[in-house]
Design a protein around this ligand. Structure first.
Ligand code: NA7
Length: 549
């Protein structure tokens, strides 16, 4: 359809989570005309969609917040690992301080965009609704730049079970949980999937439902969260050295204020290794992985030792030996730390409850859904009132490829990435000029504290657009050979670790038919940031820049 007359902008940002808000705030300050479109009805990105029971962030505060001074100076957290409600309050605070909503169009899903070679701009198509499920109207926008801040988990994945539609109870994917909430008290609930979302749902619902049936394919090597209630006087809310801390988090491997242990495992004695693991275990959180020995994810022998430590700790909490073996098997399902571990609070205790059953899908897979529940391959129908699909996402790429971007040759990015991702710096792709993405594939995304990477990449994009304006340039496109080189680098870095030994969204192997390949930069946040800045300093090496004739 021929758009008439489209809204005209310098920059359209897609998505209003941490990444998108950071872009909007800075571009506005620089005087650009900029708007955000978001399919959700409010701020928060993932924290708008994730409101399932127990949804909570696994990065501790104050790592998990934006470094914008107007935001951190007076904000206080109440928990070390805030739940989704507190994160939503944080986003309301963002609104109070930065007045972002006036430049955000909610309930508006970007569905496609076509590159206009003559004008050096994108013609973007979006579907706008009065509310998330209402009828839609088409909105057209012309923008010189497109910045995608759609998050790594924007496309939920539900396995294609036979007769799925026949189930007569309640069924929701974790990321499509009703915003109004759902009372599952006293109900018979089945949870499929034991990833980060599944673990949270299970430990939250376990104590309140009449019957909990967990359908597990791979046990989660979950770590103790050790949640802490905090008040204004807590060191976690202290504003001392905060700017230095934000600088510091760009200089670590994982984008946190803390870093990996400087020693490799074999450099320590067995006693020293044990003492270090005990200390990390007692501290809780992802530190068990991120502050572990330097070579945890590269050295199989060390990894086995750490797995054994983990297994011993977990088994102590589970009463039934069969359940112990299901949840913490003698043979590791995969090396520890190469697939996302969840943080748990009472996960393992749930399986000591008489109302909890664990179905091992490796032994007995799901055959089909029935009107009453889930039928497994042994013919048993597990009768349920509700099914929670905690089955994850077409992560990293799905949020981008589900939008019909048509680049310079008219082909879509989904076609281009069908057999594997081709990006440059994990922010751009050849054939798609003036388009950037944040917190997506071939960047440190899965191994990076969200706000840190949103800001590192955000700053790089902002500087790039500023540079173009200063130099009267209107078009930037990654070179094909630069992108091939980047891809090789991603593969090389990944091959140094044990990443390929797990089925996970890190490798695209959680989605049938998706190319299995390393989807993240495994060389650490600091090295990534320095490399991207280096390319910029060299006049945006690896890109072709030009001005409109
Ligand atoms: P994840 O971590 O991808 O977990 C999905 C879970 O669903 C995982 O346990 C999968 O088992 C399971 N799964 C996926 N497909 C199936 C089928 N077909 N049958 C049975 N079980 C299945 O997604 P989450 O939402 O938990 O977490 C996403 C990220 O959000 C997380 O990493 C954090 O960064 C926050 P599998 O392990 O593949 O055997």
């Amino acid at each position: 359809a021929s758009p008439s007359p489209p809204l005209s902008l310098d920059i359209l940002v897609v998505g209003c989570g941490f990444g998108g808000i950071y872009q909007l705030h800075h571009f506005r300050k620089l005087g650009y005309s900029v708007k955000i479109f978001d399919a959700a009805s409010n701020l928060g990105g993932i924290w708008y969609w994730n409101c399932y029971p127990g949804a909570r962030v696994d990065s501790e505060v104050p790592n998990y917040e934006l470094s914008i001074p107007e935001l951190w100076k007076d904000w206080t957290w109440t928990e070390k690992y805030p739940g989704w409600m507190e994160l939503r309050q944080y986003f309301e605070y963002v609104e109070e301080k930065l007045d972002v909503k006036k430049d955000i169009q909610f309930n508006t899903r970007v569905v496609g965009a076509t590159w206009d070679e003559e004008q050096h701009e994108w013609l973007i198509e979006a579907q706008a609704r009065m509310n998330p499920t209402g009828a839609s109207t088409t909105v057209w926008v012309r923008a010189r730049f497109l910045v995608l801040c759609v998050g790594f988990a924007a496309k939920p994945y539900i396995p294609n079970y036979k007769s799925l539609e026949t189930f007569q109870g309640i069924l929701h994917h974790t990321s499509q949980w009703p915003q109004a909430g759902l009372d599952l008290h006293g109900k018979r609930v089945g949870v499929i999937g034991t990833g980060a979302s599944g673990v949270q749902v299970i430990q939250e619902l376990g104590p309140e439902v009449s019957q909990l049936t967990v359908f597990q394919r791979t046990p989660n090597l979950a770590l103790p969260m050790r949640q802490v209630k905090i008040d204004g006087d807590s060191v976690m809310n202290s504003k001392d050295s905060r700017t230095e801390m934000y600088e510091q988090r760009r200089k670590t491997v994982g984008g946190f204020f803390y870093d990996r242990h400087h020693r490799r495992g074999p450099e320590a004695t067995p006693e020293e290794r044990l003492a270090h693991l005990e200390q990390l275990w007692a501290n809780g959180g992802l530190r068990f992985l991120h502050q572990n020995f330097y070579d945890l994810r590269m050295n199989q022998e060390l990894n086995d030792e750490v797995y054994e430590f983990w297994r011993r700790k977990v088994r102590e909490r589970i009463h039934d030996p069969i359940m112990q073996e299901k949840l913490a098997p003698t043979i590791p399902p995969h090396p520890i730390g190469v697939k996302r571990a969840s943080l748990e609070q009472n996960y393992y205790e749930v399986f000591n409850q008489p109302n909890a059953t664990l179905i091992d899908l490796e032994e007995c897979p799901i055959a089909e859904m029935t009107p009453q529940g889930i039928k497994t391959a042994d013919g048993t129908v597990h009768e349920l009132d509700a099914i929670v699909m905690a089955t994850g996402f077409d992560s990293l790429t799905g949020g981008i490829t589900q939008i019909d971007f048509k680049g310079v040759d008219g082909g879509s990015i989904a076609e281009k990435w069908k057999n594997g991702v081709h990006s440059y710096l994990g922010m751009t792709s050849a054939g798609f000029p003036n388009m950037f993405f944040v917190y997506g594939p071939q960047a440190p995304t899965a191994f990076c504290n969200g706000p840190t990477c949103g800001e590192i990449q955000g700053d790089w994009i902002i500087d790039c657009i500023k540079y173009m304006a200063t130099n009267q340039l209107t078009r930037i496109e990654a070179k094909v050979d630069a992108e091939e080189h980047w891809r090789q680098k991603i593969f090389e870095l990944s091959a140094q670790g044990l990443w390929g030994k797990a089925r996970s969204w890190y490798m695209g192997s959680n989605i049938p038919s998706k190319a299995v390949e390393p989807l993240n930069w495994a060389g650490g946040v600091q090295a990534y940031n320095e490399l991207c800045m280096e390319k910029a300093k060299r006049g945006y090496e690896g890109f072709v820049l030009s001005g409109r004739p």
